[in-house]
Structure formats: structure tokens, C-alpha cells
Design a binder for this molecule. Structure first.
Ligand code: FMN
Length: 377
């Protein structure tokens, strides 16, 4: 198949104190109805703030090439599940100033999601077990794609499934739809064909699903790594060898919380995914290791709340970052980071942010070691 070319051009709160999302601010994105008032009441002042500040300097090159013609205007993306379908934020920020939007996980059939409670706060983060609630791929296309097609910002559809066939069919339906710039495969899902083992924790399964999707699409294909593995390198290699254009890393870490009465686990689904600043060191380690194992670009995710986090991820080899949980506390953060990154480059006398990539990687590729597995110095 011939690769299509999609070249996109485009154009806070003070970096410092980290504020974690509250359960209420988290609900504002996960449950569409309740939060609108909160968002709308905040929108006027936020819009004014983002209009006067944060514009990236025109002379600094922030473009990032994720392969197959997907060139983002800047390396600050928003993470799947934390920005809805983007449309919910149209009144709050100028979405066209983002590098890209990864929409909520999308499955073949509609899903009502997991039993409640689905969200709880943790020290330095949150646990969620939304269970991929979404209206299904056909409804996503019908409701959102036409609007996405009018935006400059590329929208990547986050695709989830329970079998290779699911992933392939969802991708087939997205192929060629105007407004869809690429696919991000969420492979942290149970593979019913293999006794519920997640695709993402097994190199063969991760490679198999990536190859199957690659065969049916020309769209740029990003595959999202799970941190819940002993060694990321063989999995990253299998995905790259199977034809992915880029990796994204990381998805949430598996965890549980206990109910206040201590008579049961707190979340309705028992297990949840940990996200937020608490996971950043793990995400840094995964990106650091994957960056030395594959040649395709890596987009980092995990606990970004300020510019220093972006710079850390670039230093360990990421070419871009996604902002996730922090959006619940401050939806203006991603756009502000674009401006701050550009300002940082200017301060350092750099013409391009790309000079910041990989500065903390070993000068020579690291030899295989058990350190990533054992965590012992
Ligand atoms: C409420 C919530 C829902 C999420 N839903 C998805 C999803 O549908 N698909 C996916 O690949 N990742 C999903 N994620 C994971 C995020 O995209 C991201 O990988 C993770 O939260 C780590 O980044 P962060 O610490 O910046 O939040 C979700 C995360 C949260 C907090």
C-alpha cells in the first residue's frame, strides 16, 4: 500500500507546584454531562489566558515526524482517555495549538465500561478502571470525524479490542475517513484467544496484532507499550519489526486500592490503572530502554505536569510527549507546554527542540543487562 502524506503546520498555570486531580475534576471528562458547568464557568478566563500567552516562537522548529507522512506541528500531544474526543475542550482551549490529540479508546462495538467506582486518587496519581467505555467505532466516526476534518490538529484514534480480528476491523473502518490522521493501538487489552493474556505483555502477541493491523492500513500506526512487563525491549522490537511507525509509552500500571472499611477492593473492577506523577520514573525507564532497542520514534507518556517533565522525556530519547492525568486538573497545560518548550529552546539558543532529544542516553548502545528486570544497582 502507498503511504499517504499528511503534513500539518500550525501555529497555564505557573510551572511549579504540582496539583493532582480531584475525583470531581476527573469525573468532568469521564462523565460528559455533569462537568460542563464547571468547564464552562472556567472557560472565559482560561481562553483569555491562553490567547495572550504561550504562543510558540515562530523561529523555533518544533515539528516532529512520526513517520508515514505524519508530521506534527509540535511535540505536545494529549493522551487517550484524558481528553475525550477533543470536542469537549473546544470552548476551553484552542485545540489547533496541540501537537496531536489521541482520542478515547475505541472498540468495534459500544462498551458501557466497568462497574463503579471507577476512579480513586492515590499519592501522586490516580487509579482508574473506566473499562473502555465508548460508543463504538461507527458512532465515533459519525459523531466526530467531520469536526476533526476541519481542525489543523491531527487526531489519532486510539483503538482497542479483544482479538486480532477486532483491531483489524476497527482499523479497516477508520481507514480513509477524512479527519483521522492515524491510529494508536492500545494493546493493553486481554486477548480472549490467548486466555485473556494482554497483547502488550507478550512479544509474539504484540507483534502479531501490529502486523495484522499494518496489513490493512496506510494510516500512520503508533503502538502503545504497557509498563506491566519485566523487559520492554523484546516487545518494542517485535512491534517495530511488525511495521509500527512509532511507539507510545506508557499505558497505566496495574494496581488496586482498598475500600475505607477494608472489607473489599475499592474499585468496582478490583483492578485499575495507575497514572500521574507517581508513574513518571517507570515511564522514563521504559522510554530509556525502548529508545535503545528500536529505531522508530517514541512518544512518551506518564506523569507530565510541567516543562521539566517534557525535557526529561526528551533527554531519555522520546521525540514527543503526551499529557494525560494532569489535564483533569488543568486543561490548559498542554498548550502552555508548547509555548514553554519553544521559550526554553530560545533561552538555550537552539533553532530546533530536536537538539534536546537523547541527551541522557548512553553514548554507546547499552549492552544487554538484567538491571531493567532486577532493579538492583
Ligand atoms: C481516566 C483515564 C482513561 C484512560 N483511557 C485510556 C484509553 O482509553 N486508551 C489508552 O490507550 N490509554 C488510556 N489511558 C492511559 C493514558 O492515555 C496514559 O497512558 C496514562 O494515563 C499515563 O499518562 P499520565 O500519567 O500522564 O496520565 C487512560 C488514563 C486515564 C487516567
Amino acid at each position: 500500500m502507498k503511504a499517504k502524506r499528511r503534513v500539518v503546520t500550525s501555529s497555564g498555570r505557573p510551572a511549579g507546584a504540582k496539583r493532582m486531580p480531584t475525583a470531581r475534576s476527573v469525573r468532568s471528562v469521564i462523565i460528559p454531562e455533569a462537568p460542563r458547568q464547571r468547564v464552562e464557568s472556567a472557560s472565559a478566563s482560561i481562553a483569555t489566558r491562553t490567547a495572550v500567552a504561550d504562543a510558540p516562537a515562530a523561529d523555533i522548529d518544533l515539528r516532529v515526524d512520526l513517520g508515514r507522512g505524519l508530521v506534527l506541528p509540535n511535540p505536545i500531544l494529549v493522551a487517550s482517555g484524558t481528553f475525550g474526543y477533543g470536542i469537549e475542550y473546544g470552548d476551553v482551549i484552542d485545540v489547533d495549538r496541540l501537537g496531536a490529540i489521541c482520542c478515547k479508546g475505541t472498540t468495534l462495538k459500544p462498551r458501557i465500561g466497568n462497574p463503579t467506582p471507577r476512579v480513586t486518587e492515590t499519592p501522586g496519581g490516580m487509579l482508574n478502571s473506566i473499562g473502555l467505555q465508548n460508543p463504538g467505532v461507527d458512532a465515533v466516526i459519525e459523531k466526530y470525524a467531520a469536526t476533526w476534518a476541519t481542525w489543523k490538529v491531527p487526531v489519532l484514534v486510539n483503538v482497542a479490542g479483544e482479538s486480532v480480528g477486532d483491531y483489524v476491523e476497527v482499523t479497516r473502518r477508520l481507514e480513509g475517513v477524512p479527519g483521522i490522521a492515524g491510529i494508536e493501538l492500545n494493546i493493553s487489552c486481554p486477548n480472549v484467544g490467548r486466555g485473556g493474556l494482554q497483547f502488550a505483555i507478550d512479544a509474539d502477541a504484540a507483534g502479531e496484532v501490529t502486523a495484522a493491523v499494518r496489513r490493512v492500513t496506510d494510516l500512520p500506526l503508533l503502538v502503545k507499550l504497557s509498563p506491566n512487563v519485566a523487559d520492554i525491549r523484546p516487545i518494542a522490537r517485535a512491534i517495530a519489526d511488525a511495521g509500527a511507525d512509532a511507539l507510545t509509552a506508557i499505558n497505566t500500571l496495574s494496581g488496586i486500592a482498598v475500600a475505607p472499611a477494608r472489607d473489599r477492593p475499592l474499585l468496582g473492577n478490583i483492578y485499575g490503572g495507575l497514572s500521574g506523577p507517581a508513574v513518571k520514573p517507570v515511564a522514563l525507564r521504559i522510554v530509556y530502554e525502548a529508545a535503545q532497542a528500536v529505531r522508530i520514534p517514541i512518544v512518551a507518556i506518564g506523569g507530565v505536569t510541567e516543562l521539566a517533565d517534557v525535557l526529561d522525556f526528551l533527554a531519555v530519547g522520546a521525540v514527543a510527549v503526551q499529557v494525560g492525568t494532569a489535564i483533569f486538573a488543568d486543561p490548559t497545560l498542554p498548550v502552555r507546554l508548547v509555548g514553554e518548550l519553544s521559550e526554553e529552546c530560545r533561552r538555550r539558543g537552539l533553532a530546533s527542540y530536536r537538539d534536546l532529544i537523547g541527551s541522557a542516553l548512553p553514548k554507546r548502545p547499552a549492552t544487554p543487562s538484567a538491571k531493567g528486570v532486577e532493579y538492583r544497582p
